[in-house]
Structures are given as structure tokens and as C-alpha cells.
Design a binder for this molecule. Sequence first.
Ligand code: NAD
Length: 461
Amino acid sequence: MINNPFVNAQKQLELAAKILLAHTKNALEKQKLTQKLETLKNPNRILDVTLPVTMDDGSIRIFHGFRVQYNNNLGPYKGGIRYHQDVTLDEVKALAFWMTIKCAVAQIPYGGGKGGVIVDPKELSERELERLSRAFARAISDNIGAYKDVPAPDVNTNAKIMEWMTDELRIMNDELRIKVKENELRATFTGKPVGSGGSEGREEATGKGGLYVLLAALEKLNIKNQKSKIKNNPTLPPLNLRGGEEGLTVAVQGFGNVGFNMAKFLYEAGFKVVAVSDSRGGIHVPDGLNPQLTLGCKKKNGYLAGCYCVGTVCDLKKGKTISNEELLELPVDILVPAALENQITARNAGRIGAKLILEMANGPITPEADEVLNRRKIIVIPDVLSNSGGVTVSYFEWFQNLKNLHWSKEQVNKKLKKYMDKAFDGVWESREKYNTDMRTAAFLYALERIIVSSSRSLKEV
Ligand code: NAD
């Protein structure tokens, strides 16, 4: 069965909308709410762009891309740009919708947007990638800006690409004699290199935010990262975590920006990372692996297989190569999907071995799989909460650009922790208020802000 991410996103919205309506008793209020919810079923605007790019051999190749501006009730559209061969309009629409929910959960003054270009960047040289990125920035230039729509990196895009795009906008403005203040130009993109207006701590913010959310969840669930102290919250189903003295065990799918940083922070916080994977497959090291050393090994070899490092020792006998499918089903305490959508579906949800799932990718679990996991009492901490650290520090970057500030990494991390804790507490309270699962609770919490209050402001951070 093909899982369409936008259909899945709509199902998640419907579920939350039904609960919100059920809690609204007044008939007129109900009618107003229904109308407002209707506006969230489709994006405000879709840009569908064609990008002719000169290749290194002089030929012209045509690429296609999208920018979806979903909703701006709470502020400018905000969301990353993805480069991937499987990008579709429905995927970008789903990601833009989830950004709308996520920014509201994170309590930052943004709406939701997302961009995508259909391309396998591994097939392009660096110069071709630069030309493609500049062409995309040109194509969407009329519709982006610090107070209109603020793109950022996502899968297969990075700080360098954001720098190229910012520079292309600067060139265009000069050509067209359009005057834009330098700080506002910089604030049009986030996730830039630190030397070009980027924020300290942005690169690893999504992983760091994920760690803060996980720690907050474990505290609420009354689970300590040591066997002797495990004491489950009596109001929740027992989790029966396996961890033990050596730390709770974790498997991480995806070893890019989010997956690697997440694994690194978990390792540093005393969790036992027993498996990681990327698009070519993964490794399972029951004694635990060191993500930093594993990354070094992957860079050297080009793949993860064979990188079985424990501490500083890399030993082939200590681990084995596994597929992504196997990684998802490992009997670990915590599973962290940090790659792409639709990884846990109705097909494999019954075989997931973890007791708690921290969604770091966007949309890794389908609604059908959610039902199975809920039935199996596996706790899911949803993407719109757990990976919101990235966009939160993007907000800090934008804010620093607009106010000509530069914060240290310590300042950024302190503020990030404050925002993540606030978002977590809000979702947790919503879960108790509506007596529902964490994803639906997060949606309800966001809908209350997007639909009911909807105020736009540049808040002090
Ligand atoms: P990335 O390009 O840096 O890394 C993606 C990783 O996933 C790579 O290691 C790749 O090999 C791996 N991968 C691809 N297909 C896979 C598959 N089928 N199975 C296993 N691994 C696979 O991208 P990223 O920025 O780390 O983004 C990962 C996820 O996190 C995406 O869903 C993205 O939307 C989400 N996200 C990213 C950010 C951010 O700040 N970068 C913020 C919030 C959410």
C-alpha cells in the first residue's frame, strides 16, 4: 500500500478536529470552528517551479521544485527545503502542514511552509548543486522574505546551500534595484553558516531539542536512566524498560544531521546507543557504540557496515550489519526514527520492539501504525514536538539577524531548553485535558493557538 503523507497528515488533523469540536458545546462556536478548521485542509499557496540548470558538460537539465506556503495565522511561513529524488507535491504539502502545527506547539511566531526539489544531489557536482540552489532561490524569490516566508535546511540541504540562496537574493535585489536591509536579507533564510549570520548551535539544535524532550518525557513517566531507579508512573501503562545499569538502550534510524546529533547527545547523556543506520543499511552493536567514532569510520569507508566501535576500540566481532527494517524491530527501550516518512506502517507496527518512540524525522509513523502502537501501549512522542528544536533555533537566528545580535552557544542552548520544556509541558497538559495520545494532544494544543487565538508578534526571546 502506498502511503501518501498528505492523506496521513489530514487524518491526523481530522482526529484532533473531532475532539476539539466535541469539546465545543455552543452551536455557533461549533460552526465557526468548523469553518476555521476547513481552512487548514489545504495550503494557502503552492509555488510549482521549473528550474533549467547548466550542467558541467554544458548541457541544460530541467529540474522541478515546490514551495508550499501552508498557513500564516501566527507569523511568516517557515520551513526547510528538501532535495530528494522522491519529493512529491503531496509530501511537501504534508511537511508544510506539519510545520504549521510544529511552530504553534513550539510557541514561536511562525506559520508553516516547506520546499522541495526533485533531485538526487549525490548525482550532481558541487558546482551543479550550487547552480540548482541559486535557480531555486530565484524561482521563489518574489514570495519569500524575512516577514513573508523563511526557508531553512532539511534533508540533503545544509548551511552552505542557505548561504548560496541568500547570496542569490542579494544579487537579484541589486539587479532589480530593490533595496532590502542586509539584516532583513539575512533573516530570509535560517540555518546559514555562523560566519554569514547563522546562529550558534543551529546545526545540532534539532538533536539537542530532541534530547530535552526525551528527558522531560522520561521524568514525567518517572523513568530514570538506571535500572535500579526505574519506577513507572502508576497512571500510565508499565513500560518495562530493559536498559539497566548501563543505560536505556536506543536504536537510531538515519545518520544525517538529526540522526547523528541525536545519537551523539544520547550517548553523552548516558544512553546506550546499540544501533544506527543510513540509507545503505545499519549496524547493531549490542555492547553500545560511540556515534562520533562511528561517524569517523563512515566518512572513511563511505558506509556504516564494518564500523563496530565501542569506546575507542573498533572490533568486527562486536556487532553486525542489519537492514533498516531489522533496526526498527530491535528489542530496545527507545527507537528514534530520524530519516524519512512512512517507516512504521500497518505492515511492521506489530513487530516494533521498542517501548517508546521518539519521532525525530517528520511523519515516520502512519496513522494506521499509530493505532497499532497505541493498542500495544507503546508511547510515541510526536515529531511536531520532539524535532521542533531545529525551527526554534531557526527562530533565534532570525531574531538575532533582525535585532543585530549574536548569542553564544550557551545562551542559545539555555533558551532552547526553556522553549522545549515549555512546549513539552503544554503538550503534556493537553494530553491530560483531552485524555488522548501525545500526537493528538500536540495537534489540539497547536489548533488552540492557530485557530482560536491566532496572534502575530515578534516576541522577546
Ligand atoms: P540528512 O539529509 O542530514 O540525513 C538523512 C539521513 O537519513 C541520512 O543519513 C540518510 O542516509 C538517511 N536515510 C535516507 N533514507 C533512509 C532510509 N530509507 N532508511 C534509513 N535511513 C535513510 O537529513 P536531516 O536533516 O537529518 O533530516 C532527517 C529527518 O529529520 C527528516 O525527516 C527531516 O525532515 C527531519 N527534520 C530535520 C530537521 C533539521 O534541522 N535538519 C529539523 C526537523 C526535522
